[in-house]
Design a protein. Structure first.
Ligand code: ANZ
Ligand code: ZN
Length: 817
């Protein structure tokens, strides 16, 4: 008798799989393609349970699809540029490269110990020159297409990370990485023109039926499309115009003031000769110190200042005081707003505070507003005091007034987006250098393709105040202009690491290509990714950027698809005692410990069994034990039947026991197949196999051996994507010489599922006494008779007279004595 010893089994098979290359990507022309991808990790040091969870999920899918006859691509790589490496280097007075590569080696080893079926020949590492050369090439492609540009502007600056951040990387006013409050800084930086793609990024979300609604909603909100009207106001005693953006042109006659963002360029001009100039300047300085969040949050105080100047209402010709206020943002709409205190709550509070007039121009259909208003009336109604538009329902007036303004050249319907261009410059070392030089004569010049990659210099100083690390290496900085051969200096910022991860999934299928970022034909065969698995935290960042990249590459004719990820699975967190596992909470369970104690198969089984993939998973030590015991039970089942396997009996589904196990076997195949491929519910799939295992244990010794052997083999096959090591071992114990992972996935026979026999539980006075099996069209009286014939039942009845006997069809016979 053998004992289940994962320590021996797992190592052995991992080595054999690697030697035999059974997970190498195959491209057989007759087979359909399936690209299964898990988000690649940052090589932070070691795997945590969250990693184990994503990789386990992905691996089940990949293995299952392979057995179903698909050409499966299942690669892994490293999102290897980024700040932790740099910070570790600063702390240890070393270099980010060895830290990163050591971590990669360690984590790769851990992934192998989990038995994940990656094709390691296609490994991608974003910090290696053979990868970032093509990141630079892609940057230049964007540059040539007018989609990469440099501009000076107020940017988000994290003082702790000493670098700028994209808008997507500022979460509630704080740095996404370290949580430090972000401040504004005026810098000249590189941007990618993602706003050019705002509309396509929005409308194409509708095509992504395989994405969770929640993620699509987050992207829609982030893009923030708003249909409105730009309305032009003249300025009294000054040249020029002020254009406001409004979604409520129906309230035009209710305007009692205009508000400009403190950054609005017109302020300088209209206050140049003002007595209030210094005061206004001081106010602007003060507001600009505050973050965007503080400025726009509903409960933060609205503060403003009158400029002393007036605009002219485009319809009435009335003077309208021009104010400056903290709540108007410079880069949304036009940075100027018309104040309608009667119908906008924010404006109402502002007008109340500063004693500005409140003019009602919309009345409800029924009744009349009580004056003075105690809050803004923001519902629909009919226009009043609005000249010739008076009487119109306000929703109609939106169109009518916009059209009228357009006719008079005083306005234009406009769509605004909340989405801003993607700021990609980072004042950090460990990233992809931006392939640009600045020539004294020719200005900004792209580095020619044949000079790529622009290598990261090894010798830099990391912490020189006000300088990007690359700027501290004189050899790197000074170069010659590719255009005139004169002196030029290099761009010394590096790219946001989200650029690296915006295209890595296109690199995998032709990962070794050295004359281009990818092979278009190969990429078109494999992509879009069929199943992408990763965390919800990337709902806007990585997933939006990747969609943008894909569309640009589509427009450039480099790929033939417009969306990179057909179907997305966002896995839940791993929690313990109700909280996310984290060092600070002290509730971390390390994958190594679990693997060392129980083996990788137990870790995988527990994780997949404990919760559906998209839910949070509560860690449970007893359930880990339970998973281990179940695998031991399966092992024993096979071990104790070795004689049976040697004989390889034929299958005879004749008697009722045989029929039942045969049916249970096919039911399990159906359930597991559908749960994995349609619902991605691995927990219920595993339950179905557990039931089958119980059924095999309960199968009588005397019944047909062929049916039993078939059931045991089915258990092994159905479990193989989930627990790949033990099933490989058992498959050999059953007498096979080839790998279980190269078998065809079992197919269920619908005919086997038709029940022609039904099991009834028989109760006497509410207590279960026996089970009987009857043919499916047995009459009720006959069922009662058969039930009472059972020895156990008649024993329990002890000869007492029957008071009642009830048959619950298909389930139960209840006898009351
Ligand atoms: C007048 C008005 C009257 C407005 C009314 C609303 C209600 P969304 O839907 O988010 O696009 N707005 C425009 N630009 C702004 C900026 N840069 N900073 C702060 N607020 C700005 O919102 C559009 C509305 O937000 C616009 O319509 C404008 O206020 C304000 F009863 O104009 B509204
Ligand atoms: Zn030049």
């Amino acid at each position: 008798e053998r004992k289940y010893a994962p320590g021996e089994i797992e190592k052995k098979w991992q080595e054999q799989w690697e030697t035999n290359g059974i997970y190498k990507t195959k491209e057989a022309t007759d087979n359909p393609y399936f690209y299964c991808l898990e988000m690649f990790p940052y090589p932070s040091g070691r795997l945590h349970m969250g990693h184990v969870r994503v990789y386990s999920i992905g691996d089940v899918v990949a293995r299952f699809k392979r057995m179903q006859g698909f050409n499966v691509l299942h690669p892994m790589g490293w999102d290897a540029f980024g700040m932790p490496a740099e910070n570790a280097a600063i702390k240890n007075k070393s270099h980010p490269a060895p830290w990163t590569y050591d971590n990669i080696d360690f984590m790769r080893k851990q992934q192998k110990e989990l038995g994940v079926s990656y094709d390691w020949d296609l490994e991608v590492t974003t910090c290696r020159p053979d990868y970032y050369k093509w990141t630079q090439w892609l940057f230049l492609l964007f540059y040539k297409r007018g989609l990469a540009y440099k501009k000076k502007g107020a940017v988000n600056w994290c003082p702790e990370c000493a670098t700028v951040l994209a808008n997507e990387q500022v979460e509630e006013g704080c740095c996404w990485r370290c949580g430090t409050e972000v401040v504004k800084k005026d810098l000249e930086q590189w941007y990618l023109r993602i706003t050019d793609y705002a509309e396509r990024l929005l409308t194409d979300l509708d095509k992504l039926s395989g994405w969770p609604e929640r993620v699509k909603t987050m992207q829609r909100n982030w893009i923030g499309k708003s249909n409105g009207t730009e309305i032009i106001f003249g300025i009294d005693k000054h040249d020029g115009l002020i254009t406001v953006f409004t979604t409520r042109p129906d309230t035009l006659y209710g305007v009692t003031y205009l508000v400009l963002a403190p950054e609005h360029p017109v302020i300088e001009r209209i206050t140049r000769k003002s007595k209030k100039k210094a005061e206004i300047q001081a106010f602007i300085e003060e507001v600009r110190k505050k973050s965007e969040i503080e400025r726009t949050s509903v409960d933060s105080e609205k503060i403003g200042m009158f400029t002393g100047e007036y605009a002219i209402h485009p319809k009435t010709g009335d003077p309208v005081p021009i104010w400056i206020a903290n709540y108007v943002l410079p880069d949304y709409g036009t940075g100027a707003v018309m104040g309608v205190p009667a119908h906008d709550q924010r404006d109402f509070e502002f007008a109340t505070k500063y004693n500005l007039p409140i003019r009602v121009v919309i009345q409800p259909e029924a009744g009349e507003l009580q004056l003075p208003l105690t809050q803004a009336y923001t519902e629909d109604g009919r226009l009043v005091d609005s000249d010739k538009f008076t009487g119109l329902p306000n929703l109609e007036a939106i169109d009518v007034i916009s059209a009228n303004l357009e006719q008079e050249g005083k306005g234009e319907r406009k769509t605004s987006y909340r989405l801003r261009d993607w700021l990609i410059s980072r004042q950090r070392y460990w990233g992809c250098p931006i392939p640009i030089v600045y020539c004294d004569n020719c200005g900004t010049q792209p580095v020619p393709e044949d000079q790529l990659p622009v290598l990261l210099p090894e010798q830099v100083e990391f912490e020189v105040a006000g300088k990007s690390p690359l700027a501290t290496n004189e050899n790197f900085v000074h170069t010659t202009c590719p255009s005139c051969g004169g002196h030029a200096i290099r761009e010394t910022d590096t790219m946001d690491t989200f650029i690296d991860s915006s295209w890595y999934y296109m690199r995998y299928p032709s990962a070794k290509k050295n004359d281009g970022p990818f092979d278009t034909d190969v990429v078109n065969r494999w992509l879009p990714v069929d199943k992408y698995i990763g965390g919800i935290e990337h709902a806007v960042l990585h997933l939006l950027y990747s969609r943008f990249f894909t569309k640009v590459l589509f427009d450039a004719g480099l790929v033939n698809f417009e969306e990179p990820f057909e179907s997305l699975l966002t896995q839940g967190m791993v929690i313990k005692e109700g909280a996310k596992m984290s060092k600070s909470k002290g509730n971390v369970v390390s994958p190594e410990d679990i693997v060392n104690k129980y083996g990788a198969d137990t870790a995988r089984l527990f994780i997949l069994f404990a919760a559906p993939p998209d839910r949070d998973l509560e860690w449970n030590d007893q359930a880990v034990e339970g998973a281990y015991r179940f695998l031991g039970r399966v092992f024993r089942l096979v071990d104790t039947h070795s004689a049976l396997f040697a004989n390889r009996p034929a299958i005879n589904v004749t008697g009722s026991d045989e029929k039942r196990l045969w049916q249970q076997t096919h039911y399990a195949i159906k359930k597991v197949t559908e749960d994995i491929s349609e619902r991605y519910q691995f927990n219920t799939a595993i339950s179905a196999v557990m039931e089958l295992v119980n059924a095999v244990y309960a199968y009588p010794e005397t019944a047909d051996k062929g049916v039993k052997l078939n059931a045991i083999q089915t258990v092994i096959l159905l479990l193989s994507p989930i627990v790949p090591h033990i099933t490989e071992e058992l498959w050999r114990m059953v007498g096979h010489t080839d790998s279980v992972h190269q078998q065809d996935w079992p197919v269920f026979d619908p005919a086997a599922l038709v029940q022609d026999e039904i099991e009834y539980a028989v109760q006497v006075n509410g207590k279960l006494r026996d089970r009987i099996v009857v043919s499916k069209d047995t009459a009720e009286d006959e069922i009662k008779e058969l039930a009472m014939k059972s020895d156990k039942v008649s024993e329990a009845m002890a000869g007492k007279p029957i008071k009642k006997c009830i048959v619950v069809p298909g389930k139960l016979v209840n006898i009351v004595v």
